[in-house]
Design a protein around this ligand. Structure first.
Ligand code: TIU
Length: 229
């Protein structure tokens, strides 16, 4: 059954953007313990992981509104197979982390699928039946079946939340934009270990007339969906 199309409008930069809930997915990028909690990948890279906590409550609000409105919800997790066969040496060797990907840590092996640190934080845990995409790269489309799942559901617009703004959120929005999706970053639902990168990363998306997307926030999405309910 196809639902009638309905265009909701939300305030955004560089201009208001419309979306039809039936052809819109909420995509929550890598809200994993490995990035948000002490002892995981983010901390081994030298970051203050507490900087990401602010994005959780607004993402919870958007997630609740999208679930209630019946939108497709997609969660992603960055991580690798236990044998690291999907982790390119260039990724494993890079930088000087205190512990490399695959090394043991307080939440299990760093950034490895199935380990406690790889899980999505409890506040944003996927419900049974929601799409969970395990991705080896920074972008959610690279080496995953996300594109096939979105195509099968007739999705045209992506509301994007998650961490970090300038790494996996940016890469996913760039990938989605090139694949023809209308990508809307929700500013307060994204976060970075570098507040300046968060601010500039969002500005980059909306600059030049929205060169690869739009930037909105949790409030307009929640209001639009609640008004439509
Ligand atoms: N380090 C950092 O900012 N981000 C990542 O390594 N992955 C994601 O953004 N998910």
């Amino acid at each position: 059954m196809t639902r009638p199309s309905l265009t909701l409008s939300i305030a955004a930069e560089p201009a208001e953007v419309g979306f039809d809930p039936a052809s819109t997915a909420l995509v929550i990028i890598d809200m994993q313990r490995d990035f948000l909690e002490p002892g995981g990948f983010g901390e081994t890279l030298g970051n203050d992981v507490s900087l990401l906590a602010a994005a959780v409550p607004p993402t919870q609000a958007v997630l609740a509104a999208c679930r209630d409105a019946g939108l497709l919800v997609v969660h992603t997790r960055e991580g690798h197979r236990p044998d690291l066969s999907d982790a390119p040496p260039a990724k494993l060797e890079r930088g000087e982390p205190t512990a490399r990907i695959g090394a043991p840590g307080p939440m299990g092996r760093i950034l490895i699928r199935g380990e406690p640190g790889h899980a999505i934080v409890a506040a944003l845990a996927p419900l049974p039946g929601e799409v969970v995409i395990d991705k080896p790269g920074k972008g959610a489309f690279y080496a995953t079946d996300l594109g096939a799942i979105l195509a099968e559901r007739g999705i045209a617009t992506l509301l994007v939340c998650g961490v970090t703004t300038e790494v996996c959120v940016h890469t996913t929005i760039r990938e989605g934009n090139d694949r023809g999706y209308r990508c809307v970053a929700l500013a307060d639902c994204c976060a970075s270990y570098f507040p300046e990168f968060h601010r500039v990363g969002l500005a980059m998306i909306a600059a030049q007339g929205g060169i690869f997307g739009w930037v909105s926030a949790s409030g307009p999405v929640v209001e639009a969906l609640r008004a439509h309910a």
